[in-house]
Design a protein around this ligand. Structure first.
Ligand code: NDP
Length: 322
């Protein structure tokens, strides 16, 4: 079967598509034949070496498709079920992948495989950020960075549903329109003085929470955008890793809270994983969250998908189709 491999870390050109042996399900595992494969920013960190991985590896953490084989002891899935995974093991950019059944989720009828692959990792992330890390309540003011991106589009819609005022930060006018159409109350351009704009929009008070996926470039503006006792949620590195800092900075800015959460921690048990997935699929089924049709690339064009994602050319989600 065809699968993406990298043998060294670096730019998108390290991505190769190779013929590899088809996977077999060991005890507790299932093989999922991918109908669609999710492309996520974290895949670029694995490829570039920002998040260290062994140097001969596949890429990708997320796919949706049909269960082809179940290993000994697996009771939750049977061949023919629609299932997906979004926390690895790494190697999802392939026609089929073997995953521990405990890390797979059932995909309900009515959720199409491409929608599932476009939304599991990004939507479950939005879900834990908005409902667990800093649970949004009516009246809260939340800043959502990269608001027209994969996680961002879902977070804007879900945040509005939870009653928050959403200040969306985006990198272009086209992305501003997307954020507005999704219901964002205000849009701030990332080229502007973000903290100044957030303060102006909040009567000088600042935001209750900033969901910051940009990292390095927005670290200071996020600190300057929060109100006293506000929450800095640093959950991504699209511009590079956020810098190390002295805890005293949080005191000086008004007894701020700081967290660096991961989806894996919030879905660390099969129960937490399925609960998070079910809440997301319910939000999609009931229209709380609408998933824009993902941009599709052939599996063989994984390199192009990475190039587009890192060049900020994309909106919404990207999927690879084997
Ligand atoms: P996106 O679709 O959001 O793409 C990234 C976006 O970041 C770009 O489109 C761009 O939007 C913005 N951006 C700002 N600065 C840069 C830069 N220098 N280079 C590239 N992009 C930049 O990707 P995803 O939805 O896949 O992921 C969003 C973020 O969420 C990532 O940082 C990812 O690592 C993080 N994440 C974290 C998880 C966690 O649990 N901690 C889980 C899932 C994702 P614009 O042009 O509008 O500025």
């Amino acid at each position: 079967m065809k699968a993406v491999r990298i043998t060294s870390t670096g730019g998108p050109d390290v991505i190769r598509v190779e013929d590899v042996a088809s996977p077999k399900a060991g005890p507790g595992e299932i093989v999922i034949r991918a109908a669609a494969i999710g492309v996520n920013f974290i895949d670029t960190y694995h490829r570039s070496g920002l998040y260290p991985v062994p140097t001969s590896t596949g890429l990708g953490l997320e796919a949706a498709g049909i269960v082809e084989e179940t290993g000994e002891g697996v009771t939750r899935f049977k061949a023919g079920d629609m299932a997906g995974f979004c926390s690895g093991p790494i190697g999802a950019y392939a026609e089929a992948h073997v995953v521990p059944a405990a890390r797979a989720v059932k995909i309900p009828a009515g959720i199409d495989a491409a929608v599932a692959a476009a939304s599991m990792l990004k939507g479950m992330t939005a879900r834990y950020l908005l409902k667990r890390t800093f649970p949004l309540a009516p009246g809260d003011v939340a800043v959502v960075h990269a608001a027209a991106g994969g996680v961002g589009q879902i977070a804007v819609q879900w945040g509005k549903h939870l009653g928050a005022t959403i200040i969306a930060v985006v990198g272009s006018e086209a992305k501003a329109k997307i954020a507005r159409d999704l219901g964002a109350d205000y849009v701030v351009m990332s080229s502007a003085d973000i903290a100044k704009d957030v303060r102006a929009l909040t009567g000088g008070v600042g935001a209750d929470v900033v969901y910051d996926s940009v990292g390095k470039d927005t670290f200071q503006s996020t600190l300057d955008s929060l109100k006293p006792l506000g929450m800095f949620v640093s959950y991504g590195n699209a511009s590079g890793a956020a810098p190390a800092f002295e805890p005293g900075v949080l005191a000086a800015k008004g007894s701020l809270f700081f967290t660096r959460p991961t989806l894996f921690t919030y879905t660390r048990t099969p129960e937490l994983l399925q609960e998070t997935a079910d809440d997301l699929f319910d939000a999609i089924a009931t229209g709380i969250v609408k998933i824009a049709p993902p941009t599709r690339y052939a599996l063989a064009d994984a390199r192009k998908a990475h190039e587009d994602l890192e060049a900020r050319r994309t909106t919404g989600s990207l999927v690879l189709v084997p």
